[in-house]
Design a protein. Structure first.
Length: 381
């Protein structure tokens, strides 16, 4: 299986396993004009334009399997009518179904040429019925986005200050600028790395305290956050077209340090449209749709990345998805013993508590389905 950074989709491995895909990172040519042409050449070979149709998923899963036990627990906690799409998603995953769809007709204006378009969705972790829009241009009107935009100068200044002291960063931080964990993901290059604050609803206590201004700004904004981390991108590198495999979370970027800001040196393409990162300007997009990126500058690019619940999910659906993550993390939640379940529920709740003093609990989750280990050091990315 592949192990990627936070927010990347997951599949099954052993009982509740997965094949998690990292961003496909490649090295661009040495100069800007040629690197743009190379990226376009890679686009066609990287886009899979096949489509699939979800099979019927009306049959309950076997209670003798882990997946069946999770399904049984879901139905004991939520009315089936409220979480029907989550049940479908869980059953589809158990069937190894991978959703592939041309979503050009959902864009504005609609894209009709499916043969040349890159507006294809690939989502093995798939909740049916969610809108698939490449760019969510209404993001600036959302209260959480306004809050983070207001706090951008303080977030950027804190980031630059901590980054200017590498000894402090390495000695006090946790798993700083982690790359991919497997050769599958590493084969695309090392130009893109992460520094995690929040991973699938669980705050990294060490890094949150290293970046308290940023962590508090995220927490207080009210953003329906699943994951939060800083992401770096080396000069003269590109990320090949790919999907993040999960359609029920969207991705938001708050650009912090963009080399030659405004000169179109650092660009992101989602579907058929390319835009540049601009410092302080929040963007929101769907990474289950093919996307790629390039840093054509001679300096590092840094962003704050958030993975948020898809707006079309209901509260019950978010809670059901979170419960699945909790079961993968803490299988004791499925115990027949009420005392064991109570202790497991308390443990799951503590995992999502905001670590900075004087703040309340935050709920989270996200990425594709999959198991992971919780630890302060050497956390999987």
């Amino acid at each position: 299986s592949k192990r990627g950074h936070p927010g990347h989709a997951s599949r099954k491995d052993d009982i509740c396993s997965r094949a998690c895909s990292d961003r496909l990172i490649g090295t661009s040519p040495s100069r800007g004009a040629s690197s743009s042409r190379m990226l376009q050449m890679m686009d066609e070979s990287s886009i899979d334009r096949t489509t699939t149709t979800p099979p019927p998923v009306t049959t309950p899963l076997s209670p003798m399997t882990f997946a069946g036990q999770v399904e049984k627990a879901l139905l004991s906690k939520f009315p089936q009518s409220k979480i029907e799409r989550v049940l479908q998603s869980w059953r589809l995953l158990e069937m190894d179904y991978e959703h592939r769809e041309f979503v050009g007709n959902q864009q504005s204006p609609p894209i009709v040429d499916a043969e040349t378009s890159r507006c294809y969705q690939h989502a093995p972790s798939y909740v049916p019925g969610l809108k698939a829009v490449a760019w969510w241009d209404t993001v600036e009107d959302l209260p959480w986005a306004k809050s983070l935009s207001t706090n951008f100068p303080a977030i950027r200044d804190e980031f630059v200050s901590v980054m200017s002291n590498p000894n402090k960063l390495q000695s006090e931080g946790n798993n700083i600028w982690a790359g991919a964990l497997t050769s599958d993901a590493e084969s695309y290059g090392e130009g893109w790395k992460t520094l995690v604050l929040l991973n699938r609803g669980q705050w990294d206590d060490t890094n949150a305290n290293l970046f308290p201004i940023t962590s508090k700004a995220i927490h207080k904004s009210g953003v329906p956050v699943a994951e939060a981390f800083f992401a770096s991108m080396k000069p003269r590198t590109s990320i090949k077209p790919h999907s993040d495999f999960t359609n029920f979370v969207l991705t938001s970027h708050l650009p912090l340090v963009i080399p030659e800001n405004g000169s179109n040196k650092c660009r992101l393409s989602v579907g058929d449209e390319t835009r540049q990162w601009l410092e302080g300007k929040i963007i929101l997009f769907d990474t289950s749709i093919y996307h790629d990126a390039i840093n054509d500058s001679d300096e590092m690019r840094y962003i704050l990345m958030l993975r948020i619940w898809h707006p079309d999910l209901t509260i019950e659906e978010r809670e059901a998805l979170q419960f699945i993550y909790d079961c993968l993390e803490i299988p004791e939640l499925l115990s027949e013993d009420p005392g064991t379940v109570l202790l497991a529920e308390q443990r799951a709740k503590s995992f999502r508590e905001f670590p900075l003093r004087g703040s309340s609990t935050v709920r989270g989750g996200g990425g594709g389905f999959g198991s992971k280990q919780r630890s302060n050091k050497g956390k999987k990315k």
